[in-house]
Design a protein around this ligand. Structure first.
Ligand code: NAD
Length: 258
């Protein structure tokens, strides 16, 4: 039977790859995020053609709790419930703490951390009622270790691991697992956009940032592929992963082993 899967921030990058993986598994998909209306329509049509189930788009802004509640309600109304919730929406800003704009701090904490609290708050009663559910939080290697100039991002990603563990304990007896995935660098628009700012903050060229900062962090010297995070999400959502809860899985080319 097709599951009902909500993926926040899925009009691009990792979220889109996760939505695609679940569509290929035959599930109903709710995508979310910003973007050009025609491109979003094309994504929904492609997901529908891949899946045995349906696909819809919801425009909730992850800084707005009422819109987030409506996203979960719409998913439940359209596809009967929410079986799998993937909290993926995220943004980045690279700057020294003393120059970091206060509003950027607030926005990153809202999108990268608080939005997951709001989606969970709305989805947990649905999952508890059915004694089944899967919550997957897309954290980061930056949930485990820090890098300079990414204060808000690193703080939010460390926070999401705490939220993951707390929710897992609250839901352990209800057939609902809660886990985080900690990816290393994936070449998505989020990473491409931070290369010029990192170059500026570190006084390097953009090429030096790619080779000496980004890929230097990953012993494999390769980017993680978004599709690989889709495959890991499918595993965490599977029955085989029913005893995996309250933890994180790194997919970072060895970054956090060092
Ligand atoms: P991306 O920029 O390609 O995609 C981000 C998505 O979030 C887009 O769909 C965008 O529209 C959406 N989004 C942004 N602000 C939003 C808002 N206010 N409301 C709703 N949607 C919003 O980025 P990505 O690299 O695919 O990142 C996805 C997640 O993976 C993020 O949480 C990011 O922190 C995490 N991550 C990325 C990397 C990487 O190297 N790319 C590494 C580790 C973790």
């Amino acid at each position: 039977m097709s599951r009902s899967v909500v993926v926040t921030g899925s009009t691009s990058g990792i979220g889109l790859a996760i939505a695609t993986a679940f569509a290929e598994a035959g599930d109903n998909i709710v995508i979310n995020g910003f973007g050009n209306a025609d491109e979003i329509k094309a994504i929904v049509a492609r997901l529908e053609s891949l899946s045995k189930g349906g696909a819809i788009y919801h425009s909730a802004d992850m800084t707005k709790p009422a819109e987030i509640a409506d996203l979960i309600e719409t998913a439940a109304k359209t596809f009967g419930t929410v079986d799998v919730l993937v909290n993926n929406a995220g943004i980045q800003h690279v700057e020294k703490i003393e120059d970091f704009p206060t509003e950027k701090w607030d926005q990153i904490i809202a999108i990268n951390l608080s939005s997951s609290f709001h989606t969970m708050r709305a989805a947990i009663p649905l999952m508890k009622a059915r004694k089944h559910g899967r919550i997957i939080n897309i954290a980061s290697a930056h949930g485990l270790v820090a890098s300079p100039f990414k204060s808000a991002y690193v703080a939010a990603k460390h926070g999401i691991l705490g939220l993951t563990k707390t929710a897992a304990l609250e839901l352990a007896e209800f057939g609902v697992t809660v886990n985080a995935i900690c990816p290393g660098y994936v070449l998505t628009p989020l990473v491409e956009k931070q290369i010029p700012d990192t170059a500026k903050a570190r006084g390097m060229t953009e090429e030096q940032v790619k080779s000496e900062v980004i890929l230097k962090a990953q012993p494999t010297r390769e980017f993680v592929k978004a599709e690989e995070i889709g495959a890991l999400s499918l595993y965490l959502a599977s029955d085989a992963a029913r005893q995996v809860t309250g933890t994180h899985i790194s997919i970072d080319g060895g970054w956090t082993a060092a």
